[in-house]
Design a protein around this ligand. Sequence first.
Ligand SMILES: [Zn+2]
Length: 1031
Amino acid sequence: MSAVAAMFHQPVLKNRRTLLERAEKFVSDVYFTDCNLRGRLYGETCPLKSLSSFMTSKRISFSEAVQQTFEPCSVGDSFGPTWWTCWFKVFLTIPDAWRGKEVHLCWESDGEGMIWRDGQPCQGLTKEGEKTSFILTPSLKDEEPHSFTLYVEMACNGLFGAGKDSAIAAPDPHRTYTLQRAELVVFHRHVRELLTDFEMLVDIVKFLGEDNQRGYQALFTVNEMVNLCDPANPSSFLGTHSLAQKFFSQKNGESQHTVHTMGHCHIDSAWLWPYEETIRKCARSWVTAIRLMEKNPDFIFTCSQAQQFEWVKQWYPGLFSEIKHFVKKGQFVPVGGTWVEMDGNLPSGESMVRQFLLGQHFFQQEFGIYCKEFWLPDTFGYSAQLPQIMRGSGITRFLTQKLSWNLVNTFPHNTFFWEGLDSSRVLTHFPPGNSYEMKGRVEDFLKTLRNNKDKGRVNHSALLFGFGDGGGGPTQLMLDRIHRVPDTDGLPKVQMSCPDVFFSKLEADSSLFCSWSGELFLELHNGTYTTQAQIKLGNRQCEVLLHDAEVASSLALCRNSAFQYPSSRLQELWRLLLLNQFHDVLPGSCIEMVVQDALGYYQEIRSSGSRLLQEACTALCLEQGRAMAAFNTLPWERTEVIALSNHSTTSNLALVKVPSVGITSITASVQPECPVSVIVQEDGNVLMENGILRVVVNKTGSLLSLCLVKTNREAISDSCCGNQFVLFDDVPLYWDAWDVMDYHLQTRKPVVEVDKPLSVVSAGGLRGTVTYTLRISEKSSLTQDIILDAMCPYLKFSTKVDWAESHKFLKVEFPVRVHNPYASYEVQFGHVQRPTHRNTSWDWARFEVWGHKWADLSEYGFGVALLNDCKYGYSTYRNTLSLSLLRAPKAPDANADIGQHHFTYAVMPHSGSFQESSVIQCAYNLNFPLRLFPNAPDQSSWSAFSINPSAVILETIKQAENHKDALVVRMFESHGSSVSATLTTTLPLREAILCDLVERRISAQPTPVTASGISLDFQPFQIVSLLLFFQ
Ligand SMILES: [Zn+2]
């Protein structure tokens, strides 16, 4: 034994702390860098030959940028303001003396950068994402060029935008971004390797803890390494590295858990930065991932959101073809199957289907694949209909982790079967590390192992690594860590996997997995059902408009051979709508710039969509006439009061009856069975009645009574008022735009101050209207028209609010004379029930919930429904139904929701169940106005489709994606019942074939078409789609 080796084998004193800290200091980048190993990472440096730059307020292409005039600049200069771009021209010469050395361009700035070389994007440079150097050569050779020019495109924003003081604060528009370092350096690869060895061993000591003997083995190993390693003498490195290797190669037993690592880069399609910046974030992050794939053939990178691929395809075609190459090799793995990672609660059923339809078709067209797993790690809750929609889109597996953010209850599973509203099941995995942006550190592997709530049931977990939210993605260091410990005793086994390999492992033995039935409700971020009301309104109205435009275009296609279905225009509009459903846009958790972009997209959908609708309606009428026509896009006959022009005088009103999915020429108003009466009573209260409802409204707009005439059943609770506005203090703990906390309920204040007392606007006949104005505060007020129409079973509240609040929450309440421990809420293609009590923590954590067009509280034989045309937040506690109207958070948009708002809600008492009394249909009617158009033939009514029984709703009629001569119709069972239904059509139907949600045939045989129509069987909440071919 040599003298040196003997010295190392002196007994180690029993002082864990000094040994551990000694090793930490040996690799510290703060302490003792003059003599430790970390101080040796870089060798000589050399300044750039020249550096020049120019600023632009726009995000321009490379070819445009290089034509601009660049002015000299230096390291230390600052550039701005926020959202501008600084292009740098970098001329450099590597010294000849660096022959054989690895040379990097070191670039540090607080703005996000992209390196361009020879006109192609090469690599991202983001300090916050630990990417500050670019390899110029791995080993300098005489024959390679030593001098060249690079360009760096620096965005004047950070990885997380430009928040003032805190990350989620509104962006500071006047920030500047400094170039802190730009020079050439010699990089010592062996030092980097050793530093990683040291870091891993130190972490094993720390995270295995003091009661673990393997941790002590790591401690003695790392201590011996410090003894052996002389930072000044590279010849000591190999021996030091072997000591680490020996430790890492001591294997586990067979039974050890396997962690499947997958590179990932969560890029919010817009959040603290605008959509346009996301395009560059994708390029920066993905080109960097490709550089890593070139060096690490085992590296697998999972990547979601078809929209982001589409952006890169359009703006970075060279990069996109590289991506295609690595998709083929199986390293760049498209996942998710959707257009964007959308909000999981608020999009309509059809919108969710389109997320998958457009996403899967994109992946199929570009890469020849359908994604097999749904991927939504960062969304604020998951609808109970998602399992059925996934399965209908060719997906049986699901990955997320957001429920780890629950504020109240700990979700009990990591690997389980999630069972949807219709009992469809999908294999679901929540990576136990509770993150989608781990770093491949020892701590991450141990967290994944220890947090797993299905120990013993399953021996595989997923771990996603790479900087995320603002992009960034994996680094070589993360890969180096992962490569060191594939099978190291004391740690779980670690292997790089693609999602398919990982889920196949889970599927191979799923016998012990538990199930979770119904929605995955996130007990946090419940303010996102209400924040940014204009976005919510835009989403609802555009969903309705695209529905109507598709129905009209489909019918025109069948009736008028000259009509061209506007498929590409509709696809563009759908893509905009789906983009805005991204999980920080529709929920309202984005900056003001994004809100402006989103509202602009809604405006585009409104104007183009209305034009498409009008064109289709015109084409539907084969002969022109003088009559005005009403078009009903819903699958049931409707009798409604409509305004024939924008002037809201009574003389403009007409009562019309329009058949299902059909048209009626308006020649004369239908006479109501019972006209509306409006009577001002002696006490100033107003009595309104239409033969169905009898309402008493007081001077402040509150309902003293709401009565079903036929049964004389009162809906409003004793000594209470309906339509009571209430204001709450709304100060969350941190996530301002996202969160409404349970304690806000303790700050309830009724809004009672009257500005203009109740007055009668229209005195009855077809419509009775009363109006009044309330003062909400010094700054805000509310004017409401309460409207009762002839033959209408609900009372409408058309509301205008001038809103200038700060951290307040406005709701409207209806305390009703109904008792039930559960209330029902509409969701995608169905409804769910949620408690009205607070028995357990799972019950009270749902103090604020989401729903779509209606919520209902019923007892046997009677109930009250609350309908809305653009709201999503509800709550029902005991017998009080509340609709959430407006919030006023200040971050990340300091002006969120300030301004004027228009919305309509309605209250509908009913006898029987809500299913029997057509609450569902009424909520559709409130949202889907009858469409008026001129020059219709002077003929009577025409109906294209109808369906029986009413439990089944014909939701969608559209052109088939791959058969230009066929339609797709989508129906769903809405009551929660098993029924046989018949779809009938007056169109010349030839053949009907069942298809899935991405429009693939699911049966070889056509569905029989008889004289009475097409017979179909439905299970509760089942969605059925048909391809229809015509003669
Ligand atoms: Zn996100």
